[in-house]
Design a protein around this ligand. Sequence first.
Ligand code: AMP
Ligand code: GLY
Length: 429
Amino acid sequence: MQILLLGSGGREHAFALKIAQSKQCTHLFIAPGNPGTAALGTNVDIAATDFPAIKKFVVENAINFVIVGPEAPLVAGIYDYFKSDEVLKNIPVFGPSQKGAQLEGSKAFSKAFMLRHQIPTAAYAEFTLQNKEEGLQYIEQQQTPIVLKADGLAAGKGVLICATIEEAKSEFNQMLDGKFGDASAKVVIEEFMDGIEFSVFVLTNGTEYKILPTAKDYKRIGEGDTGLNTGGMGAVSPPAFVTNEMIQIVESTIVQPTIAGLQKDDIEYIGFVYVGLMYLKTGELKVVEYNCRMGDPETEAVFPRWKNDIIETFQATIQQQLNSINLEIDERAATTIILASGGYPETFEKGKVITGINTIEDSIVFHCGTKLVDGDTNQEVQLVTNGGRVLAVTSLHKDWKQATQISNKNAEKIAFEGRYYRRDIGFDL
Ligand code: AMP
Ligand code: GLY
């Protein structure tokens, strides 16, 4: 099979590694990819959301399978674009329909979905400029902290946890006034859930499903979970506190009703449902959010533990034969540590020379935000930083603490100016 993978981060490098290992893959193209994916296939300079350019490339290169990494093309409707195109309609896209992607693309949609299908989640209400006064009154009746969420995609920044009623009212006003652009034209106000988060990743075709290994990511920039939110500074799979019994409860009270809900609502869904969960102090398990894709950096921790041929598994998913697949999982734990640019998630510089990757032996290094440039002598090429999150270092060990130590040791060996990473990934487990 000639495969096209869309995306350019560490998640896509982890996908590319599994795809390149598949017996079914004759050639892998990645649009736009990064220097890590370039070692596993051919990068093509097309944005993951440029549908006309993707169409042209798919036709000219006889691509017979398209796999989507990030949410943006899914929320923009790439699945439907292929299905409704005479030339593309028989080429499978591995990712949900635009309606299915609304589970991530609209918080109001996903909350209504959960309510309709009795899936446990925090109580909520939604407001726009039209009923702003009602929203302010609603806030006054809530307990603090209060959670405010921009309805639409806001690059991971659209969730605010407000300590006081006053702060919540002020933020609510700013959100409706366009703090997150169109994404906050509608605001979801939610009850705060106190507990510890983790995620399950569900592979599904809308009727059958398989649950991949669980993971926990570390979203805050600072050690001890302090400071600003980021895309994710590290991940552990599995998180030690998640028991089989908890997974069974999640399966029966959340995963099964989610899949049944997709059917009842007539939503075409092939791909991953990322279920972000809160294990509350009360012992309850509730949904924090859905995403319509795999997580980043969770994929870099989960995929190295997943042993099946990924393309055979994806084909079985599309052909409604997922139940015939036995998931094979490496029993070892995985810890992923993100190396970030100094200043991230606020302003940071790019173009810092990266050294030391070639010295790493007992970890996998995924590229997130890197670039190859001509070196000083114009002869050798150099790897430089090209994003906030630069590299992900993953290690496997039967003892997750050892896995973390190996990742820490190897993170230290990789150098670039301003390099920052959290040395406490897993501290709370
Ligand atoms: P979301 O984009 O919905 O995942 O929200 C981003 C982060 O905000 C989550 O990973 C949680 O850490 C936090 N969060 C969101 N909703 C709640 C809630 N109702 N209670 C507590 N924390 C929340
Ligand atoms: N690591 C969080 C996410 O992928 O949404």
